[in-house]
Design a protein around this ligand. Structure first.
Ligand SMILES: [Mn+2]
Length: 445
């Protein structure tokens, strides 16, 4: 039940958020349990914003944060509504921190049983010039917030004065989450370390004729054995042509002689920091000609793209670096034809490379934070973490663009992606997942 990060980090984040939202009251709900089937739930997964600011890993809780720019100095600024201690419920579903734990352990200025939220929330929001709440994500709390806001607007009509405005608080939180603190980077290195070791073991254990599910079991066994909470996302273990299905998670086929195996898997730690790694290698330990040519091309594209990760660059520049190398290489191999610049401008490579080169990584696997505002791309800054994951997928699933060559059969059924997690540093970048090998020679052993 302990949080691995020092809880003072969560307190500092709340201070920082409130400093930027001085005149606001923020309502931040935790996640709820999600039904798996009948009366069985999925394993609990906390809302990342809530965890980031509160550190509490319990369902249903609601945090209220009140900025220092309104109210009187003695007012509570951090209020938690939590499931109260309850012997019977705890016998079935595990220990709760309760109101006492919210006050003593999680630093709340005031705490109440969750059942008192409907009667107490109004008083905590009364007088706030702005109410921060994300519409559309918390169906259990939203009607209450809207009702209170509506009442305030009514009162304003009758008695005058300022009515609160409602605003989306998530951009303010996500801007903070986009830049990782040193302690967060340390946790991401740990998620990367465990996930790299799992990839190394999986490659060494792979043999012709095994089930994809056996490799999945091996990866996920390693995650749990090393103390991770669970896979960060459904593991992709895709032999041969299955690798051309980007989100293939059935993992139900046998590994064929002469095919490649693509593994996209990473773990999530107890405090939710994630790794996201893809490696591709020959199942029988030896690339054949087409596979080797494409592997070298994707690896070169990935190295160029990683090279573009530095302060002041952008995810668009990282993506373009990868696409440039891929398009040039595919022209040389005869899988594309024409002018490279025009192919890039018209996206005439997308039947072979249909996805972007990366995404932010953090508490969410596809982490929050904007990559651009309109046409302005977010400049990379130290502390940002992104994946770099170019790939090529040679199949006949997508139509070949006009003017581009049909794909000869001997190229088909090859899917390759190479993905690392890369942190921006003051001078360039740090590849968090470097311990998972990717050199061509290492893939052949
Ligand atoms: Mn990824």
């Amino acid at each position: 039940m302990n949080s691995l990060l020092d809880l003072s980090a969560h307190a500092q984040r709340r201070q920082h958020l409130l400093a930027s939202l001085e005149d606001a009251a923020v309502v931040l709900p935790a996640a709820q349990l999600v039904t798996h089937h009948a009366d069985v739930h999925h394993r609990f997964r906390q809302n990342s914003d809530f965890f980031y600011l509160c550190g509490l890993d319990e369902a249903n809780a609601v945090a209220v944060l009140r900025g220092h720019g309104w109210g009187s100095p003695a007012d509570p600024r951090f209020i938690l509504f939590v499931e109260p201690r309850d012997a019977t419920a705890e016998v079935w579903n595990g220990q709760r921190w309760g109101v006492e734990g919210a006050l003593e352990h999680f630093g709340a200025d005031a705490a109440h049983p969750l059942g008192e939220l409907p009667e107490r929330l109004e008083a905590y929001l009364r007088g706030a010039p702005r109410i921060g709440f994300r519409i559309g994500h918390h169906p259990h709390v939203e009607p209450l917030v809207l009702r209170i806001w509506g009442q305030q607007l009514e009162q304003r009509q009758r008695y005058g004065g300022q009515g609160a405005s409602l605003f989306d608080v998530s951009p303010a939180i996500h801007t903070m989450r986009l830049r990782k603190e040193p302690a967060e980077l340390e946790r991401m290195r740990e998620a990367a370390r465990i996930s790299c070791a799992a990839h190394e073991q999986a490659r060494q254990a792979t043999q012709v004729g095994m089930g994809e599910y056996q490799i999945e079991a091996l990866l996920e066994s390693h995650f749990r054995s090393a103390g991770a909470r669970q896979p960060a996302y459904p593991s992709i273990v895709a032999g041969g042509d299955n690798a051309c299905i980007l989100h293939y998670t059935n993992n139900s086929d046998r590994l064929g002689d002469g095919d490649l195996l693509l593994i996209d898997a990473g773990c999530s730690l107890m405090d939710y920091y994630n790794a996201d790694i893809t490696r591709t290698f020959p199942i029988n330990g030896r690339f054949r000609g087409e596979q080797r040519a494409l592997y070298e091309l994707v690896l070169s594209a990935q190295r160029h793209a990683i090279g573009a990760v530095q302060p002041g660059s952008s995810s668009a520049e990282v993506h373009n670096a990868a696409v440039q190398v891929l398009v040039d290489g595919l022209l040389e191999l005869g899988l594309l034809r024409g002018d490279g610049e025009a192919i890039m401008a018209n996206h005439d490579y997308r039947h072979l490379y249909p996805h972007r080169t990366g995404h932010w990584l953090g508490l969410d696997v596809h982490d929050v934070g904007t990559s651009r505002l309109g046409d302005h791309h977010t400049a990379l800054e130290p502390g940002m973490v992104l994946t770099v994951e170019p790939g090529l997928y040679i199949s006949n699933r997508l139509p070949v663009p006009e003017g581009q060559p049909e794909i000869p059969n001997h190229w088909k059924g090859i899917g390759i992606r190479i993905e690392d997690d890369v942190a921006v540093t003051a001078t360039g970048h740090e590849v968090l997942t470097a311990a998972a090998l990717k050199d061509l020679q290492a893939m052949e052993t």
